[in-house]
Design a protein around this ligand. Structure first.
Ligand code: MGD
Ligand code: MGD
Ligand code: MO
Length: 761
C-alpha cells in the first residue's frame, strides 16, 4: 500500500465508507439512499436497541427500522421505560453512515506530532501483533504498571479494558470520569463511607427521577432539560402533579429554570460552597433540621454548627454576589419543606478548584434535612445491584482478585493519596497524565475513545501522548487533536453495531443486539480488547479473541452478575428485558437495619460509623475535615490584579442539546443546529466592549494570551460578568484557556471558574 497523506487517507476512507455503506460522492455526507431503500421491496425489520449518543444513563430505548441491513428510520420504543428520542437520538443513525468513519486499522508513517501522520492502512493481524509486542516489551523492560489503559466518555468498554489492565498486571487504568463524576462519589464516600456505587444516585444528573414523596427539589449546577432528559421529565411530571417546590442554583437561566424553578439563585461561579453552608446555618438556627437523625447518626455536628455560623445570609449574598432575598426565599422553602430534600448536583458541581469541599458542603444538606435513604430523598441502592451503571461486575473486571495486589503501583498516589486509597472502582486519576509521562512512570498507553481536548491545557496531554514510547487508540474516526499524537488507530464499531446487556432501568436487563453489520473492517471495542488480550498471552481470560469473543464476554458478565440470568434468557425476552427481583422487600433507612456495614451492625461504613460532617479520613490525610469554603484560585476576590486584565468569569462546558462533548459535530441533522463554536456574553458586557451579535471574537485567559476564536452570541440567559462556551470544538478548544489548578484532594480541574477576556477579532 503506498504511503498516504492524511488527506488522501481521508479521501480513501470516505470513498470506501461510501462504497461499503451507501454509494456516493467523496467528501459529501451521503446518507443511505432514502428513496432507493423506500422503493426496495425488501421487508422492513424492527430492531430494538439503545441509543448511547449522550453516553449517559439511563440510555433511551429506540426502535430501528432496518431494510437491507441499513437503518432506515428511528422510532419510539413503545412500552420501554425510557424512550424519549431527542435530536441526538434521531441523528444517531447518521453516525453509523458517517463518511468520515475509520474503516481499517492504520499506523502512522511520520514521527508523532507531525502535522501529517501519513496514515497507512494495515491489517488487523499487524495492528494487534504490534500492540502486543510493544506493550509486552515495555512490561519486560520496565514493568507492566508503566502501561496505562484508558477509556474516555465511551462507558461501555470499561469492564473489558479494566480486565485487560489488571490481567496484564497494571493497576493504571483510568477514565474520563476522573474529571466527570468521580469527585462526587469520593465526596459521598468521605461522608457516608459507602462504596461508590451505592452513593451514585445522589450525584448523577441521570440518576433515578424523584418520587412524589419529595418535599423539595434542589437542582444544583445542572440543566437536565438538555443533559439528562429522562431525569428532567421525571422532575417535571412530579412538579406538575404535586407542585413540589424547586430551587435551581445556576448562573444561567436555563430551560430547567424556566420549567421548574420557584427560586432561582445565580451565584458567581465557584461560590456554591458558601451558599450550601449558608443553607446549613439557616436550617440549624431556625430549628428546621432533623435533630433526631443528627443526634443519632451524625459525627462532627458541633464543629460544623460552629463553622457555618459565619455564613449568614448577608455575608453569603456578598460572597455569591446575589440578592439576599433570593437566598432567603430558598432558605424558607428548605425550612418549610413538607417532605425530604431531593438534591441533584450532577458532574458540573465538582468542576472547581475546591471540588471536594464544595461538593461535601452541598451533600451534607441531605442528612441535615433527614433525607437520606427515605422515600423522596436520596436513596441508597438495594443490594445486590444488577450490574453497575456501566455494565461491569467486579469479578469480570478482575478488580476483586487481581487488583488488590497491584494497588500499590498506582501512579496517582503521590498526587492524590486519599483518592488513591479511598477509590473503590480502581480508577486512577487521569488529570496528571502529563506528569506521569514526564516522570517516566507511564511509557505506553492503550486508549479506547480518547479526546485530548477534554482536559485543561490540551497541549500538555497531546505532548504526553506523543512522548510515550507507544500509544494505540480505538475510535470511530481519526480525530487529529488526539490521533496526531498516537502510533496506531483501530476502527471501532458504534453502538448499533455492538452487543451489550443494558441494565440501568431499575432491575431489568435488556439485551442490545447489533442492529446492522459494521462497515469495512470495523470491530467492536470488546472484541478488540479480547484480540489484544489474547495476543498479549492471555487467551483463556480473553476467550481466544475472534468473532465470538464479544458474546463470550456478555456470557461471562451475566455469569458473574449473580443474577442467574443467561444470554438465552435475554434472547427469549426480546424485545423486553428480564426483571431481576430483589431478594426481600426494598428497605429504607438501611443504616438502622444494619444493612450497610459488613459486620451487620447499624450505622455507616465511615471510620466513625456515622455520617461524617467532619471527615476523619480527610483529617488523617492532612486536609481540613470540615467542608470549608475556599475561593476559586482565580477570581475577582483571590486575584484582583489578574481580574483587572481578565474581567470575565470563564465558564465552560454547559451542555448543549445537539452535541455530546467532541462527538456528532459533523452529523448533518445536528450540525445545522450549531454549526460554529459560539461564545455567549451578557448584553451589557458586549456593549462595554463594542461588540455586536455574530461578531468574531477572541477569548483569552491568564494562561493563554493568544486566545481562541469564536462567534459571539449576545444573550441575557447568563449572569453579567461571565462567558458561556461549550468544550471540545476542534477549531476553538476552550480547554486551551482553562487552567490546571486542580483540587488538592481529588485532582479535579476548575472547568467552571477562572478568568478570561473577550475582544473583537
Ligand atoms: N446533550 C448532552 N447531554 C449530556 C452531555 C453532553 O455533552 N451533551 N454530557 C453528559 C455528561 S458526560 C455529563 S457529566 C452530564 C453533565 O450534566 P450536568 O453536570 O448536569 O451539566 P449541565 O446540564 O450542562 O449543567 C451544568 C450547569 O452548571 C451551571 N454552572 C456553571 N458554573 C456553575 C457554578 O459555578 N455554580 C453553579 N451553581 N452552576 C454552575 C451551568 O450554567 C450549567 O447550566 O451531561 C451528560 N449529558
Ligand atoms: N472545559 C470543559 N471540559 C470538559 C468538560 C466541561 O464541562 N468543560 N466536561 C468534562 C466531562 S464531564 C467529560 S465526561 C469529558 C468528555 O469526555 P470525552 O472522553 O472527551 O468524550 P467524547 O468527546 O464524547 O469522546 C471521546 C472520544 O471517544 C470516541 N468514542 C465515543 N464513543 C466510543 C466508543 O464507543 N468506542 C470507541 N472506541 N470510541 C468512542 C469519540 O469519537 C471521541 O473521539 O469532558 C470533560 N471536559
Ligand atoms: Mo461527564
Amino acid at each position: 500500500m503506498p504511503k498516504m497523506t492524511r488527506r488522501t487517507f481521508l479521501k480513501m476512507a470516505t470513498a470506501v465508507g461510501a462504497g461499503a455503506a451507501v454509494g456516493g460522492k467523496v467528501g459529501t455526507y451521503i446518507f443511505p439512499d432514502y428513496e432507493a431503500l423506500a422503493a426496495s421491496g425488501s421487508p422492513e425489520e424492527e430492531k430494538y436497541s439503545h441509543c448511547v449518543m449522550c453516553n449517559h444513563v439511563p440510555k433511551c430505548g429506540v426502535k430501528l427500522i432496518v431494510k437491507d441491513d441499513k437503518i432506515f428510520r428511528t422510532e419510539k420504543w413503545e412500552g420501554h421505560p425510557n424512550s424519549l428520542i431527542c435530536a441526538k437520538g434521531i441523528a444517531a443513525m447518521q453516525e453509523v453512515y458517517d463518511p468520515n468513519r475509520l474503516l481499517y486499522p492504520v499506523k502512522r508513517t511520520t514521527p508523532k506530532g507531525s502535522p501529517d501522520p501519513g496514515w497507512e492502512r494495515i491489517t488487523w493481524d499487524e495492528a494487534i501483533a504490534t500492540i502486543a509486542e510493544k506493550l509486552n516489551g515495555i512490561k519486560e523492560q520496565y514493568g507492566a504498571e508503566k502501561v496505562f489503559f484508558y477509556t474516555g466518555d465511551p462507558k461501555e468498554p470499561r469492564p473489558i479494558i479494566q480486565r485487560l489492565a489488571y490481567t496484564f498486571g497494571s493497576p493504571n487504568y483510568g477514565t474520563e470520569s476522573s474529571l466527570c463524576y468521580l469527585a462526587t462519589e469520593l465526596s459521598a464516600k468521605l461522608t457516608y463511607g459507602l462504596e461508590f456505587q451505592t452513593a451514585r444516585s445522589q450525584a448523577l444528573a441521570g440518576g433515578p427521577p424523584p418520587t412524589p414523596d419529595s418535599g423539595v427539589f434542589m437542582l444544583w449546577s445542572s440543566n437536565p432539560a438538555w443533559s439528562a432528559p429522562f431525569s428532567y421529565n421525571g422532575l417535571k411530571t412530579v412538579k406538575e402533579r404535586l407542585g413540589t417546590k424547586c430551587i435551581v442554583i445556576d448562573p444561567r437561566v436555563t430551560p430547567t429554570v424556566h420549567a421548574l424553578a420557584d427560586v432561582h439563585i445565580q451565584p458567581r461561579c465557584g461560590t456554591d460552597g458558601a451558599l450550601a453552608l449558608c443553607f446549613g446555618n439557616y436550617l440549624i438556627e431556625n430549628d428546621a433540621y432533623d435533630k433526631e437523625f443528627v443526634d443519632k447518626w451524625v459525627h462532627g455536628f458541633e464543629e460544623y454548627r460552629e463553622y457555618v455560623k459565619e455564613f449568614t445570609i448577608e455575608r453569603t449574598a456578598a460572597i455569591c454576589d446575589v440578592p439576599q432575598e433570593r437566598i432567603r426565599a430558598a432558605c424558607e422553602i428548605l425550612a418549610n419543606r413538607n417532605g425530604p430534600l431531593f438534591l441533584r448536583c450532577s458532574a458540573a458541581s465538582p468542576h472547581h478548584s475546591s471540588a471536594i469541599q464544595g461538593y461535601r458542603a452541598r451533600i451534607l444538606l441531605v442528612p441535615l434535612t433527614g433525607s437520606l435513604d427515605v422515600p423522596g430523598g436520596i436513596s441508597i441502592a438495594d443490594e445486590p445491584i444488577v450490574f453497575g451503571n456501566f455494565h461491569g461486575t467486579p469479578q469480570f473486571e478482575r478488580s476483586t482478585d487481581l487488583l488488590p495486589e497491584l494497588k500499590h503501583l498506582r501512579v496517582d498516589r503521590q498526587f492524590v493519596p486519599l483518592w488513591a486509597d479511598a477509590d473503590g472502582e480502581g480508577q486512577v486519576q487521569t488529570n496528571f497524565f502529563p506528569e506521569y509521562v514526564k516522570s517516566g512512570d507511564i511509557r505506553a498507553c492503550f486508549m479506547i475513545g480518547a479526546n485530548a481536548m477534554m482536559w485543561p491545557q490540551t497541549q500538555q496531554y497531546q505532548e504526553a501522548f506523543m512522548n510515550m514510547e507507544f500509544t494505540a487508540a480505538a475510535d470511530f474516526h481519526i480525530r487529529p487533536q488526539t490521533h496526531n499524537y498516537v502510533d496506531i488507530v483501530l476502527p471501532a464499531a458504534v453502538s448499533y453495531e455492538r452487543m451489550a446487556p443494558i441494565a440501568i432501568f431499575g432491575r431489568t436487563i435488556f439485551l442490545r443486539d447489533p442492529a446492522v453489520t459494521p462497515p469495512g473492517e470495523v470491530r467492536t471495542d470488546w472484541r478488540i480488547c479480547c484480540d489484544i488480550g489474547t495476543a498479549l498471552g492471555y487467551p483463556e481470560e480473553f476467550f481466544g479473541g475472534g468473532e465470538n469473543a464479544e458474546e463470550e464476554c456478555v456470557r461471562e458478565l451475566l455469569r458473574t452478575s449473580g443474577t442467574g440470568v443467561t444470554l438465552e434468557d435475554l434472547r427469549a425476552a426480546r424485545p423486553g428485558g428480564v426483571f431481576v427481583p430483589l431478594q426481600g422487600a426494598p428497605q429504607t433507612k438501611k443504616y438502622e437495619l444494619g444493612l450497610l456495614r459488613p459486620d451487620g451492625q447499624p450505622g455507616f461504613t465511615s471510620p466513625t460509623g456515622k455520617v461524617e460532617f467532619t471527615s476523619e479520613m480527610m483529617r488523617e490525610y492532612g486536609y481540613n475535615p470540615l467542608p470549608v469554603y475556599e475561593e476559586p484560585i482565580y477570581s475577582p476576590i483571590s486575584t484582583p490584579e489578574v481580574y483587572k486584565e481578565f474581567p470575565l468569569i470563564l465558564n465552560t462546558g454547559a451542555r448543549v442539546p445537539m452535541y455530546t462533548h467532541s462527538k456528532q459535530r459533523k452529523l448533518p441533522w445536528l450540525r445545522q443546529l450549531m454549526p460554529d463554536p459560539i461564545v455567549r456574553l451578557y448584553p451589557t458586557d458586549a456593549a462595554e466592549r463594542g461588540l455586536s451579535d455574530g461578531d468574531e471574537v477572541v477569548i483569552t485567559s491568564p494562561v493563554n494570551r493568544t486566545g481562541i476564536k469564536a462567534k459571539l452570541e449576545i444573550t441575557n440567559i447568563l449572569r453579567p460578568g461571565m462567558i458561556d462556551m461549550f468544550h471540545s470544538w476542534e477549531q476553538a478548544d476552550v480547554n486551551l484557556l482553562t487552567t490546571r489548578d486542580f483540587c488538592k484532594i481529588s485532582g479535579f480541574p476548575p472547568l467552571k471558574e477562572g478568568l478570561c477576556q473577550v475582544v473583537k477579532a
